[in-house]
Design a protein around this ligand. Structure first.
Ligand code: SF4
Length: 346
């Protein structure tokens, strides 16, 4: 099986596991566990129904598919065992993929308080379960990033957040944290924010790469599953265009979730418009998270996601937008999307 196809399959169908693997159950972004195969990393869900199985033998780990595929588990991050002023560092940040330090700066979202939150998102679940702290201060993340870098656990950083009540405060807070992390560790930092109404605020943002997540190009889907984002829908492309002017081509990205019931043509056309702007559409399959309103929603089929991924990868190649040039964060990590692998293969 080719790398892109295997990764797409693992992202949608998950894996049966007969070994112990670490798993992230809440927080922002798709939850799951990580596997390395070749130069790819995948964030997969544990699924007892999956046709693919992960086994451990004396000579290593293997996925049992049509053939046996040798894989590796990323080594356990050492900073997870350390403390910051009595708080376990893994409550402040986690290692994602194989080398990303990831943290949700504000573990709450005003859209949830207003009853307009994204129904697939588990941002507040890890706060409720006591696995994290609500607000990560610059000094906390500076120390955690220094430690993660020292141990070789991370080479770049993703900082996300729930929406703040005040959009300027969101940008200033994320900039302070990003600068503190970069000063302390020297690692490049990816920041994710919600699109500000005042696009000029982006000029104040201090980071290396930026993510502003559109989630879906299908307005009827957005209205149903992400009503807060539906209200912001008209500003996304304006803000993303401005972001490319500031951060550069292939340095700005947007998560596009596949499998929410969206129209395929509208999705492909939306990705084309973004590619024309120099933005990376980071296509991820819907991943259900226990405890969210969509915990029983079905995963998309790998056939559907592959069809969209191939079409977008072909357009990406034509526009010359390339995730391999991205300096930090989700796109550089690539764990949650097979778009980089399809781009290599089209
Ligand atoms: S792409 Fe990597 S850094 Fe981003 S959410 Fe997925 S695993 Fe985490």
């Amino acid at each position: 099986m080719k790398t892109a196809k295997l990764k797409n399959f693992l992202l949608t169908e998950g894996l049966r596991v007969e070994v112990e693997v670490e798993s992230r159950k809440g927080g922002a972004g798709p939850t799951g566990s990580y596997l390395i195969f070749g130069d790819s990393i995948v964030n997969f869900a544990i699924n007892p129904e999956s046709p693919l199985k992960l086994v451990r033998r004396e000579d290593g780990y293997f996925i049992i598919a049509e053939e046996e595929i040798p894989v590796e588990l990323p080594p356990k991050p050492k900073f997870h065992e350390e403390l910051y002023e009595g708080i376990p560092m893994k409550m402040i940040a986690r290692r994602h993929g194989k080398d990303v330090l990831a943290s949700t700066v504000l573990q709450k979202c005003i859209l949830k308080d207003l009853g307009k939150g994204c129904k697939f998102c588990g941002i507040e679940l890890s706060l409720k379960s006591g696995d994290t702290v609500e607000m990560k201060l610059p000094e906390m993340l500076a120390e955690v990033s220094r430690t993660a870098k020292k141990y070789g656990d991370a080479t770049h950083v993703t900082l996300t957040t729930g929406k703040f009540e005040d959009e300027r405060e969101e940008i200033i807070t994320m900039s302070k944290v990003s600068e503190a992390v970069n000063d302390a560790s020297g690692m490049p930092v990816h920041v994710q924010i919600t699109p500000p109404q005042n696009v000029e605020l982006l000029e104040e943002l201090k980071c290396d790469t930026l993510g502003i997540h559109i989630e879906s190009f299908d307005e009827s889907v957005l209205k149903k599953v992400a009503p807060g984002k539906f209200e912001m829908r008209e500003r996304f492309e304006i803000v993303l265009k401005k972001a490319v002017d500031i951060f550069g081509e292939s340095q700005v990205s947007t998560f596009v979730i596949l499998g929410l019931g969206e129209d395929e043509m509208r999705t492909v056309e939306g990705c084309r418009r973004l590619l024309e702007l120099g933005v990376i559409p980071y296509l991820v399959p819907f991943r259900k998270i226990r405890g969210t309103e969509m915990e029983n929603y079905s995963q998309p089929s790998p056939e559907y996601t592959e069809r969209v991924l191939i079409r977008v990868a072909e357009m990406m190649k034509n526009f010359g937008v390339d995730p391999r040039r991205n300096k930090a964060g989700c796109v550089k990590c690539g764990g949650c999307s097979a778009i980089g692998e399809y781009l290599r293969e089209v």
